[in-house]
Design a protein. Structure first.
Length: 604
DNA sequence: ATGTGGCGGGG
DNA sequence: GTGTACGCCACAT
């Protein structure tokens, strides 16, 4: 027996590489209990990609298995899964490589012996997290051995350890280690309209952090001691890379950095012949097309673009850094108009010094915003269980979907497929009816009372057991005590057993109550703050689950569920308004889950 | 009413 | 990369 070492680390990032035509999962983390800033890359060669195949013939899988054996797959197992509350036998088909899945899945689906395939579009690293019960931002314990070979870029990144996992990785309780967070911002000299990377140089790169780093890199000198002057733009960018690698931050945040700062630095670096080795494994900064927008990433660190988060979490007319800063902190931030910024740079003297101040301020503002918004997103990461990088770029509905996917795995449920193009357009034509709205009565009202339901939709889902797997599709007898019937729309839902989605919302709310109780018991204000963020994240999640029924591109889409929920919602609010009227309260305005009312003399 | 196109943030 | 995608507003038809 070989001697096995154990390593514990906070899981920050995950991907896979290919070695000898086989996938190798890489877990990136921050090692606890050792000198700070130490990173680990843990390699796991044992995880295999797979999909589920539902054979046409339910009694005899042999034809199907024989057809599958013709293809270049790894192996086949028969397993039991649950599909819409029914236990069924399915084939679990393993592949040699994740990229074989898109190559072979259409062929498999086209086989006569195959009725349907499932779970064929789950990215490999996400599958790994789900199947191993691992949660990013939590801790992982791995057993295995340290690999001796050093990294190519080890001179620049001296704190990296590569590790070979020999056993199943283990999920540990939430980490209490503090992550190193660095913000950055660039300034560009652009006298002719918007900055263009092929002609306009970078003049400043400002950095702020929670580990003592606070400086502005620039090609001009300053009286401020936070300014470090470099001879050329090329040296300045090189210095930026050097600083990132020596301080080794876990998180890098910027404002619109996905679509401006990082692409801009990248283009300038290419032009000047600088290698942007910002990954902990020495790899370069890379970009992903995500529909209309870019996402910038470096392996092993988490880049978060705060602009995206702010758009999701606060409702504003504009989302400029200045506007957002004022909203969060109630004070104005120094601002220099973009089109005249170059004049400050050219001015020298006091005007130039103002530009240094402005640049520093931007990085500090970005850092302060991250302090406000990252804790909630870290909690969401821990609950949803996908990488922080992804969570920070996912719409709420997507977060809910990945949360449900993980839960489905835990329940041994087969995950529904994403809608096809055709199904998607069909769904779009059936628009769900929304909540009840009573237009406000004109006039100035005094002594207004407000009434609202606490978590109306989650409560309806739980109390009426609204779920695709409890929805009664067929005509059913008159035994109405067995099911709930939605008003207006008439959809029926079994009272028992508890449906998939109601069960999950129930657990989320249960967990939230538990945390709120802990919060009350706690004497430690810091712990209370942490718990408060946790319960807030759970509340957000519970409230957003309703959405997956009504959005056409979701796996758990169900117009019946969406319509039933809003129908019950309208029913509750209207009945409550009627009741209130009897007690002399007249509603003047209502929307979905609450109403405003004025008190009138009761009629006699 | 329905469809199409552009834009957001960044300097 | 088991990729491929937003949501809102203005303006036109």
């Amino acid at each position: 027996m070989k001697h096995m070492e154990t390593k514990k680390f906070t899981l920050l990032d995950i991907d896979y590489i290919t070695e000898d035509e086989r996938p190798v999962v890489r877990l990136f983390g921050n090692i606890r209990g050792e000198s700070k800033n130490k990173s680990i890359i843990a390699l796991d060669r044992k995880f295999k990609p797979y999909i589920y195949v539902i054979p046409e013939n339910k009694n005899d899988f042999n034809d199907c298995i024989m057809d599958l054996r013709e293809l270049d797959i790894e192996s086949i197992e028969t397993v039991q899964k649950v599909d819409v509350k029914k236990k069924i036998q399915v084939l679990k088909v393993f592949f040699k490589h994740p990229q074989d899945v898109p190559k072979l899945r259409d062929k498999i689906w086209d086989l006569k012996s195959v009725e349907e395939i499932r779970e064929h579009d789950i990215p490999f690293y996400r599958r790994y997290l789900i199947d191993n019960g691992l949660f990013p931002m939590d801790d992982v314990e791995v057993k295995g051995k340290t690999i001796e070979k050093s990294l190519e870029n080890s001179s620049r990144s001296p704190h990296i350890l590569t590790f070979e996992i020999e056993d199943k990785p283990l999920h540990l309780e939430p980490s209490d280690s503090k992550l190193n967070i660095m913000s950055f911002d660039i300034e560009v000299r652009n006298p002719e309209g918007m900055p263009q990377a092929d002609r306009d140089e970078i003049i400043m790169i400002s950095l702020a952090s929670n580990f003592g780093l606070k400086k502005v890199l620039s090609t001009k000198e300053s009286t401020f001691d936070y300014v470090e002057t470099l001879k050329t733009e090329k040296e300045m960018i090189n210095r930026f890379v050097e600083i990132v690698n020596s301080y080794n931050p876990d998180l890098i945040v910027g404002y619109n950095s996905d679509n401006f700062d990082f692409p801009y630095i990248n283009e300038r670096a290419n032009k000047l012949g600088v290698s942007l080795d910002l990954g902990i494994d020495g790899s370069k900064l890379k970009f992903m097309r995500r529909g209309f927008a870019n996402a910038a990433f470096m392996r092993g660190r988490i880049h978060v673009d705060l602009y995206l988060l702010m758009r999701r979490y606060i409702r504003l007319d504009r989302y400029t850094l200045e506007r957002v800063y004022k909203e969060l902190f109630g004070e104005e931030k120094k601002d220099i108009e973009g089109d005249i910024l170059w004049k400050y740079w050219d001015a020298e003297g006091e005007k130039l010094q103002k530009l240094f101040e402005y640049s520093m301020d931007d990085a500090v503002a970005a850092y302060k915003i991250s302090e406000k918004i990252l804790p909630l997103n870290m909690e969401l990461t821990r609950i949803v269980g996908q990488p922080f990088f992804d969570i920070a770029r996912m719409a709420t509905g997507q977060q809910v979907e990945w949360f449900l996917i993980r839960k489905a795995f835990e329940y041994n449920d087969l995950i529904p497929n994403k809608p096809s193009q055709r199904e998607h357009s069909r769904r779009k034509s059936e628009r769900a009816v929304g909540g009840y709205v009573k237009e406000p009565e004109k006039g100035l009202h005094e002594n207004i009372v407000y009434f609202d339901f606490r978590s109306l939709y989650p409560s309806i889902i739980i109390s009426k057991n609204v779920s695709p797997d409890t929805l009664i599709n067929s005509e059913i007898g008159e035994n109405s005590s067995d099911y709930h019937t939605a008003p207006e729309v008439g959809f029926k839902f079994l009272k028992k057993p508890v449906g998939f989605v109601p069960s999950i919302i129930g657990k989320v709310l249960e967990e939230r109550t538990k945390i709120k109780n802990l919060m009350k018991q706690s004497q430690d204000p810091l712990e209370q703050r942490v718990l408060d963020v946790q319960q807030e994240a759970l509340k957000r999640l519970a409230n957003s689950i309703y959405g997956v029924y009504g959005f056409s591109r979701f796996r758990w889409y169900s117009i019946e569920c969406a319509d039933a929920i809003t129908a019950w919602g309208r029913d509750y609010i209207k009945k409550t308004m009627e009741k209130a009227e009897l007690f002399g309260f007249h509603a003047i305005y209502a929307d979905t889950d609450g109403f405003y009312a004025v008190y009138k003399q009761t009629q006699t």
